[in-house]
Design a protein around this ligand. Structure first.
Ligand SMILES: NC(=O)c1ccc[n+]([C@@H]2O[C@H](COP(=O)([O-])OP(=O)(O)OC[C@H]3O[C@@H](n4cnc5c(N)ncnc54)[C@H](O)[C@@H]3O)[C@@H](O)[C@H]2O)c1
Length: 268
């Protein structure tokens, strides 16, 4: 029986909702984040939802904190069946304005945080024949303008997940990657970027989402149960990805027009 899950970035937003969705099935949760107050709140909600578990502060940039977390999962839960690499931050800005420090920061959390999470927890999921769920973004597939460092980090998460899917198949470890469009969370609290007005533009897109983080967590739960590798929770995301596969130029043209619009807006 599989019933132990570890979630990074579990103190807020999608990470919290994923923990709650599995908690409703009675799972044990190892909840990690840099936000300890958020973690305490999530654990309380997990218990109310029918699950249990523990919290541990863990910055996904620091491999030693992730291996310590894996060790704690072995000691306290006897192992882990599902690893969710969810922790992430927001960024924006045109390429000519982004600094190399902006790139290092974004890649260290949104890409290398997932690489390190997979590496630290691999022995545990190999042992349990468990699952890895990586949270990427539609940004990985669409390459929207004004967020190249975020796009690249998330495209890396998709490429890593595809690589692990094929490499771990024979070891009976299943791999899933989730690519949501925008949805409302606290993500913009972590925003970093040089371009004026870009934060407000992205915040509006989050607010306009037709679905919530809880809807997305439920969609992930159902798709993982069905064994789907690439999980696209937004209807419009599924449509856009279909078009891109059939006619990439149509998407490039649309993104080119959007880039012009965004640049004009960011100057006002
Ligand atoms: N909200 C959206 O529109 C959207 C769209 C696509 C993908 N995503 C992805 O979903 C994931 C969850 O984001 P969210 O929207 O729930 O945002 P959120 O800010 O509500 O939650 C992210 C959590 O990650 C934690 N975190 C940040 N840096 C960390 C670090 N170095 N180590 C450990 N924890 C860290 C934060 O403290 C926070 O609790 C992210 O990977 C994000 O990129 C979000």
């Amino acid at each position: 029986m599989q019933n132990r899950m570890m979630v990074t970035g579990a103190g807020s937003g999608l990470g919290r909702e994923i923990a709650l969705r599995w908690a409703r099935e009675g799972w044990q949760l190892a909840l990690s984040d840099v936000n300890e107050a958020g973690l305490a709140e999530t654990l309380k909600m997990v218990r109310e939802a029918g699950g249990d578990g523990f919290t541990q502060r863990c910055d996904v940039r620091d491999y030693s904190q992730l291996t310590a977390l894996a060790q704690a999962c072995e000691t306290r839960l006897g192992g882990i069946d599902v690893v969710v690499n969810n922790a992430g931050v927001a960024s924006g800005g045109f390429f000519d304005e982004l600094s190399l420090e902006d790139w290092d920061w974004q890649i260290a959390i949104n890409l290398m945080g997932v690489v390190k999470g997979c590496k630290a927890f691999l022995p545990l999921v190999q042992k349990s024949h468990g699952k890895i769920i990586n949270i990427a973004s539609m940004a990985a597939l669409m390459q929207a303008p004004g967020m190249s460092n975020y796009n690249v980090a998330k495209a890396g998460v998709v490429a890593l997940s595809e690589s692990l899917l094929v490499e771990l198949k024979q070891q009976e470890v299943s791999v899933h990657v989730v690519c949501p469009s925008f949805f409302q969370t606290n993500l913009m609290d972590s925003y970093r970027g040089p371009t004026p007005n870009m934060k407000a533009q992205i915040s509006k897109l989050l607010e306009a989402s037709p679905i919530t983080a809880a809807d997305i967590a439920d969609y992930i739960y159902r798709q993982v149960a069905e064994g789907v590798f690439m999980i696209l929770p937004h209807e419009e995301g599924r449509m856009a990805w279909k078009i891109k596969q059939q006619n990439p130029q149509a998407i490039y043209d649309e993104m080119g027009a959007l880039a012009e619009k965004k640049r004009n807006k960011s100057r006002t």
